[in-house]
Design a binder for this molecule. Structure first.
Ligand SMILES: Nc1ncnc2c1ncn2[C@@H]1O[C@H](COP(=O)(O)OP(=O)(O)O)[C@@H](O)[C@H]1O
Ligand SMILES: [Mg+2]
Length: 425
């Protein structure tokens, strides 16, 4: 095949369960960039055969990066883009080998590990919860001692999950013991085998316990260029996130926080990216605000998850994926102020465990004023599991309106119109 010598070629590394494939491919198409798709499984690649595909190990960053390096000898790459948490470390390691602009792989690893993230934030003097890390395999007496010594309310979580999977609040020792054991099971530990040394795969899972930080929460979407953070959007999370589980539902932008508070949030996230050592590409951060300060929960070296990026449109209709690809490939960024109107998304939670039979009321939900889209992402007939064990959303509702309040009202009304039918088996 004759290669177009002038064409920009980007390798997109797709974790098997990403929601983002179509949106990234559409962005590449608009840009006229050639995309090579890398994934772990051949069946994930079959439908995407266009610009070339390759198999990449995503579970082992060094081997994955070596596979990309070999591929690039034959097919030179201008950028390697990791799409979600599952591929950002490999993307950084591969870009490093190829001499492309990238985040230091260690910085991405740090951002993926909640204990390392806490340590980096604390060392940089950022407001971040006090924390401790424990083996998920401690025996019952040790767990009882730990529960007595813990300050409440506290939050327990695995070190390397996302989407609030396994994140549980505990208000007293009894709840802590229950939450701890529940997370250990999520991590694959056999909790009835005290003293075991590893989960089924020989790993040594850990659980983070930290102070619960009360307050309101916002999410920040930004892009780093040469270590400088540009904030693209701040989202309010208007549903209270007080636990015991932390189901994300509504995200609305622009934020209704005071401009002063927004500047504080932006400054805190910029310092947090520096604390982690991140330098290039998209970042997604979560921040809690209360009288005590601006608290950094997380900064991920990727863009917003699920289909939520569809809420964002910049300049003359540019998507977030387009900005990310342009930046990665060293192309100029067009004007990219976020559009004037307010917008938002509702991540539809899975209400209970069972088999998804139907989502009724979709036409009524879509007909609510300002609703722009509804995407049910779990096929009918599949088993669904709610948080804290679950690891996916039922779907996404999108709205655009003149004001953030109107966006929120529309999303709530459309949600109320939906009837999720789940059967026992
Ligand atoms: N220490 C904390 N205090 C208060 N809320 C928390 C705390 N840790 C986590 N949460 C809540 O749980 C959500 C998910 O936790 P997070 O650490 O961001 O894990 P994940 O990687 O799953 O997103 C947060 O967005 C926040 O609402
Ligand atoms: Mg988070």
């Amino acid at each position: 095949m004759v290669q177009n010598a002038g064409m920009t070629r980007v390798l997109l590394l797709l974790p098997t369960r990403t929601y983002r494939t179509a949106d990234f491919l559409a962005a590449a198409d608009r840009l006229g960039v050639e995309v090579v798709v890398g994934a772990e499984r051949r069946n994930a690649l079959e439908s995407l055969a266009d610009g070339g595909t390759m198999l990449v190990r995503l579970d082992d960053p060094e081997r994955g990066a070596a596979m990309v390096e070999r591929y690039a000898r034959e097919h030179p790459l201008d950028a390697v883009v990791g799409v979600d948490d599952g591929s950002t470390v490999v993307a950084a390691a591969a870009a490093e080998r190829l001499g492309l602009p990238h985040n230091p792989p260690d910085a991405v690893r740090r951002s993926r590990d909640k204990a390392q993230t806490r340590a980096a934030f604390a060392a940089a003097g950022l407001a971040t919860p006090t924390y401790a890390v424990h083996s998920a395999l401690i025996d019952a007496p040790a767990l009882a001692t730990l529960a007595e010594a813990t300050r409440y309310p506290s939050v327990l979580k695995p070190l390397e999950r996302s989407g609030s999977q396994g994140v549980i609040r505990a208000d007293n020792p009894e709840q802590l013991v229950a939450a701890f054991r529940r997370i250990a099971v999520i991590l694959g530990c056999d909790v009835d085998m005290p003293g075991g040394s590893a989960d089924g795969r020989g790993r040594h899972p850990k659980i983070l316990i930290e102070d619960f930080i009360p307050g309101v929460e916002v999410a920040v979407e930004g892009i780093l260029r040469g270590g400088e953070l540009e904030v693209l959007a701040i989202f309010d999370k208007p549903d209270p996130l007080d636990g015991p589980f932390f189901e994300e539902t509504l995200l609305v932008t622009p934020s209704r926080l005071s401009l002063d508070r927004q500047r504080e949030v932006e400054a805190a996230v910029a310092r947090a990216t520096q604390a982690l050592g991140l330098r290039e590409g998209p970042v997604h951060a979560e921040v809690r605000l209360n009288d005590q300060g601006t608290w950094l929960l997380e900064v991920a070296a990727r863009s917003i998850g699920g289909l939520c990026a569809r809420t964002l449109r910049f300049g003359a209709g540019v998507s977030l994926e387009e900005l990310i690809l342009r930046h990665a490939a060293g192309l100029e960024l067009p004007a990219h102020q976020r559009e004037e109107v307010a917008s938002g998304v509702l991540m539809l939670p899975i209400p209970r465990a069972g088999r998804l039979r139907d989502v009724r009321g979709q036409a009524a939900a879509a007909a609510v004023p300002h609703i722009e889209g509804l995407s049910i992402t779990v096929p009918r007939g599949e088993m669904v599991v709610p948080l804290p064990e679950g690891d996916r959303y039922l779907g996404f509702l999108f709205a655009r309106a003149p004001s953030p309040d109107a966006v929120e009202v529309a999303l709530r009304a459309a949600w109320a119109a939906l009837d999720v039918v789940i059967s026992e088996i």
